[in-house]
Design a protein around this ligand. Sequence first.
Ligand code: 5AD
Ligand code: SF4
Length: 476
Amino acid sequence: MNLNSEIWAAAPETEPERQYYFIEVCKKQVAEEREKLGRPLTFCVTTFGCQMNARDSEKLTGILEQIGYQPTEEDTADFVIYNTCTVRENANLKVYGHLGLLKHRKKENPHMKIALCGCMMQEPEVVAKLKQSYRFVDLVFGTHNIFKFAELLAESMENGSMIVDIWKDTQEIVEELPIERKYSFKSGVNIMFGCNNFCSYCIVPYVRGRERSRKPEDIIKEIEKLAADGVTEVMLLGQNVNSYGKNLETPMTFAELLREVEKIDGIRRIRFMTSHPKDLSDELIQVMKESRKICRHLHLPLQSGSSRILKAMNRRYTKEQYLELAEKIRREIPDISLTTDIIVGFPGETDEDFEETLDVVRKVHYDNAYTFIYSRRTGTPAASMENQVSEADNKVRFDKLLKLVQDCAREQTARYTGTVQEVLIEEVNDHRPGYVTGRMSNNLLVHFPGEASQIGQYVNVSLDECKGFYFMGTIV
Ligand code: 5AD
Ligand code: SF4
């Protein structure tokens, strides 16, 4: 520890006070630098991956703005942060690609700072590679200690050499640090961290650690605060929200949590992500059915339609159980939109297995599906399985699946043509001047004439023309 020993000795021991202290320490440094350069210092946080990462990036942004950095584009920023994802290998490759470019920029602008955080940093091989070949990176931290960002930054400002701080796991959930939301009217809210499922292809349990649920009172307090601040839509976030609350001192189900969130004044829409089919309860279906606020959208990852492959994936449901569940949901909540994730080319997948996947897609008729080619992740059980599927086979299957899911999605979308739907206006349309974009409860988008001042408002829109996966409309 090189940090000026007096500054260090005076730091509070408790959180979040300690981080607020280091925010002040950094603030002074940034003010000095600003004086020297004769202009404000700028930053850019680039986010890869999921909604959880997007939420974490809002935390980083909040802290940086407190410290005195101003937001800008990546190619001019004094401070560049990549919040990384490692679910599939190409996400990792992208980060290395970006770093190559940054190396040149930093040579010309030695005052630049580069930080890397997120899931990819939780992989020991990645950190070893960075230490070896990417010494120009200033700061490397992981998913468990993101709350420590201000402290690590203070250390890096003082120290000047590469700081690496990765925790393997943590029980600590530090709340109430500054946060800067991307949208004023909607927000993600973490309800749990980590995953205990160990699907055999997935690296998440290794990089995000074991499941930890936040206390319901903390979640409710955060949402009440958001509501008071003008937020009307919340997205409850977790790798497997259906197992929320199992490990709390006083256990609580996800459905019970939803009932509590429903009571919060000012919140008009509730979304959540992601549901594991094996844990989706009848109680949850009932709560969704009765709710006036829970959106008519359920993301229910299938991964594969073959019971044999599902077993090898350690998903703990069969094709038949999944189909039964999907049918039950459609029956109980007829206006629901069902979306999914599907992996093509899991080790050992045959043409027959793949046909089973197509069969499920035809039967469930998804409103949308995210399709992925299996990516081998070091350290997961599937990585050492035999019969890895060839790239050529994967490509053929992927294209076939993509065509089918797109056809289904187009048909599902078209059903709404001519109806009137309540939408939340989210942004002005970049492609069409004088237009705004609104999101329906079922997650579909519609573009219609409007202006920036309407952002955040709920309006009824007539869906005049279906354009495949979205609509053109008019306010009624
Ligand atoms: N290869 C391909 N896709 C994967 N996913 C998770 N791990 C892998 C992998 N190794 C997909 C799953 C998951 C989504 C977030 O990413 O479909 O639901
Ligand atoms: Fe990965 Fe499975 Fe956990 Fe989802 S439920 S994060 S796919 S291990």
